[in-house]
Design a protein around this ligand. Sequence first.
Ligand code: XIL
Length: 443
Amino acid sequence: MTLTTTSGSRAALVAAAVAITAGAVVLAPAAADAATTLGASAAQSGRYFGTAVSAGKLSDSTYVNILNREFDMVTAENEMKMDATEPNPGQFSYGNADRIVNHAVARGMRVRGHALAWHQQQPGWMQSMEGSALRQAMLNHVTQVATHYRGKIYAWDVVNEAFADGSSGARRDSNLQRTGNDWIEAAFRAARAADPGAKLCYNDYNTDDWSHAKTQAVYRMVQDFKARGVPIDCVGLQSHFNAASPVPGNYQTTLQNFADLGVDVQITELDIEGSGSAQADAFGRVTRACLAVTRCTGITVWGIRDTDSWRASGTPLLFDGSGNKKAAYTSVLDALNGGGTTPPDESDGCTVAASVNAWNTGFVATVRVTAGSAAINAWTVTFALPTGTTVTGTWNAERSGDSGTVQWKNTTYNGNVAAGQSVEFGFQGTGSSAGLSPTCVSS
Ligand code: XIL
C-alpha cells in the first residue's frame, strides 16, 4: 500500500501585550507604553529608524522638525556621492555632506554613508576614465572620503548597484566593472583600511525577492566574500517598491537568508508608491519583516514628506506634503511597537510527503521533505501515529519519541535544502500505518 500526504505550515509570530496587576494597582497595558516616534519605537528592539536628508532642506522648519522628532539615523540623499565629494580629480568637497553629518551628530543621530563607489553620479572626469587609471582613482576616492569621515559613520554603502537586472545574475557593465571583477572587493578593503570602525555594506535594489537571479547573485557574492575574508559587514536592500515591483511574499526570507551568511541586513532606501490602507499595509509588512530577523538592524526611508521624494508623484513616503502623518506612518509605528501580524511568507517553508510500504504487522515509511521557493536550513516533520503503532528504527533524521506524536528533525547533513529541492528520510514501525498525515515546519 502506498499513501501520500502533503501539507505545509509555519508558525506565525504573535506579539502579545500583557497587562500586569499588582494588588490593587493596575499598571497600564503595554500598548499605553508604546513609544510615539519612529526612532524611539525602533530603539525598543535595538534598531534604528532613519531617513534620507537633503542639505538644502535643513533650512525648512517643517522638514527639520519632523527629522529631529522622528529619526535617529540619516543618509545624505546626494551629498556624499562621488560627484558631490570629488568634483575635480583629487579635489574634495565636503561642505554639504558635513552640514548633514554635523546636524545629525549634534542631535545624537547616527549616519549611514552613501555611497563610496557607484556607476552613477560619478563626476564628469571619472565618467570618461577606464582601466587601471580609473581603478586607482576609485580606490583613492574611497580612501579619501572614508578617511574624512572616519569615526563618524555607522555604516558605509561601499559599493552601490553593481549587479545587472533581469535573469543573468551577472555584474552590471560599467566603467568600474571593466576595471576587473575584483573592483568590489578592492573597494571594500580600501574602505576597511580607511575607517576600521564603520560597518561596510553592499547596497542594491531589486534584491528583495529571494527567487530573483539578481538576489541570488548578490547572495553568492556575499557568501564568497565571507568565505575569503573580504571585509563585508552588511547588505543593504534599497527596497523601492511600487505596483510593478511590490513587496515580495518572500521578503522576510530574503532578509533572513542574507543574515544567515553572517552579515547585518539593513533596509536602506525604503519607499512604497501608493496611498491609503494598501500602502500602509505594505509598509507594515516591511517593518515586521525586519523586526522578525535578528540581524536586520534598521530601516531608512528615502525622504521625509511625499514632496521630498525622488519619485514624488508616487507619494511613497510616511508624511504628506504638509508634513502630516499618513496611514503608512501609523502602520510603521504600530509595527515597531509590536502590533499587526503578517502572514507567513507565501512561498516559504516546506512540504512533506510520505509513502508507506505496509505488511501485516508493520511498515516502512519513506518521507520526502521539499523546500518551497526559498531555501531552508532546518526542518521538523511531525506524525501523529495511530494508537498501538511504535517506531522501531529511523534513518537520515533525528527522532524524538516512538509512539503517539513523533517528531523527526534533520540530521547534520540534510538540514539545508535549496529552493524546490527535496531530501528523504525514513522510519520503520510496528502496528498500523493507516491515515498518516505528516506536517513540516522549517527555518
Ligand atoms: C536618488 C536621489 O534620491 C535623487 O535625488 C537623485 O537625483 C538620484 O539619486 N538608489 C540609490 C540612491 O542608491 O542614491 C538614489 O537616490 C535612488 C536609487
